[in-house]
Design a protein around this ligand. Structure first.
Ligand code: PEP
Length: 258
């Protein structure tokens, strides 16, 4: 079985101006040790307006945290008012971009086809996509979770080469657990992350499935991170609320010490 290095990502959503962003990054860098960042890949995903400031701090202070973005468009330039191209993010040394977060899907109507175009564009710009998937409570209760997840993965990855899939990150985020305080049980999260991996295995090869890193997301907190991270198919976490506190985010990253 492949050794998969854990990856923990902080999704700041539409929070923090660039001054606040700099403060949070500096606090986070004090809270993390060399061992922490050697054991776990860490990324932060500030709003677009903060990226340049955060990049400058990360690079000037040599902070080993990857810079991420929350979204992008699939075109590389043109008449798309209000949108940001992947190449613009790459120029800021952004290395990971979330595609298909449930808030983008639910509030802004993103489809699996849009997510697929974004993933291809992110890869073309030589960045790593974090493709998010997850079911609503209604879908779970109606017994439609499995079909929904398999469709999101299948359509989201359509036409993407095996070697790219092996290197990307997939985040399983049950919508009912995002920002609600209702974390999935480690067993439930493991079950769906195993389904995500099996789906990748069916679409590609078991080697690809073995390499792809799968995050769980949905109200992860310092208290719940250790048990979630101990599940065999959970290789990381995508964290919203708790990533806005340097202390809580650092404690999630330090899950192995807790
Ligand atoms: C998220 O933003 O992807 C997320 C999981 O948020 P929270 O941790 O606040 O539930």
């Amino acid at each position: 079985m492949a050794e998969r290095k854990p990856i923990i990502s902080g999704n700041w959503k539409m929070n923090l101006n660039h001054f606040e962003a700099i403060q949070l990054v500096q606090k986070l860098s004090y809270a993390l040790t060399k061992d922490d960042v050697e054991a776990v890949d860490v990324s932060i995903h500030p709003p677009f307006t903060d990226l340049r400031s955060v990049q400058t701090v990360l690079e000037a202070d040599k902070i080993p945290i990857a810079l991420g973005a929350q979204n992008c468009h699939w075109e590389s330039s043109g008449a798309f008012t209000g949108e940001i191209a992947p190449v613009m993010l790459a120029k800021l040394n952004v290395s990971l971009v979330i595609a298909g977060h449930s808030e983008r899907r639910q509030l802004f109507g993103e489809t699996n086809q849009d997510v697929n175009r974004k993933i291809k564009a992110i890869l073309n710009a030589e960045m790593t996509p974090i493709m998010a998937c997850g079911e609503t409570l209604e879908q779970r209760e109606a017994g439609e979770m499995e079909e929904h997840i398999v469709t999101q993965i299948t359509e989201g990855l359509s036409g993407i080469k095996s070697e790219h899939v092996a290197d990307m990150v997939i985040a399983y985020e049950p919508i009912w657990a995002i920002g609600t305080g209702a974390t999935a049980t480690p067993e439930d999260a493991q079950e769906v992350c195993a389904l995500v991996r099996a789906t990748v295995g069916n679409l590609y090869t078991s080697g690809t499935a073995d390499k792809v890193r799968i995050q769980y997301g949905g109200s992860v907190k310092p208290g719940t991170a250790p048990e979630l991270m101990s599940q065999p198919d959970i290789d990381g976490a995508l964290i919203g609320g708790a990533a806005l506190s340097s202390e809580d985010f650092a404690h999630c990253i330090q899950y192995r010490l807790r």
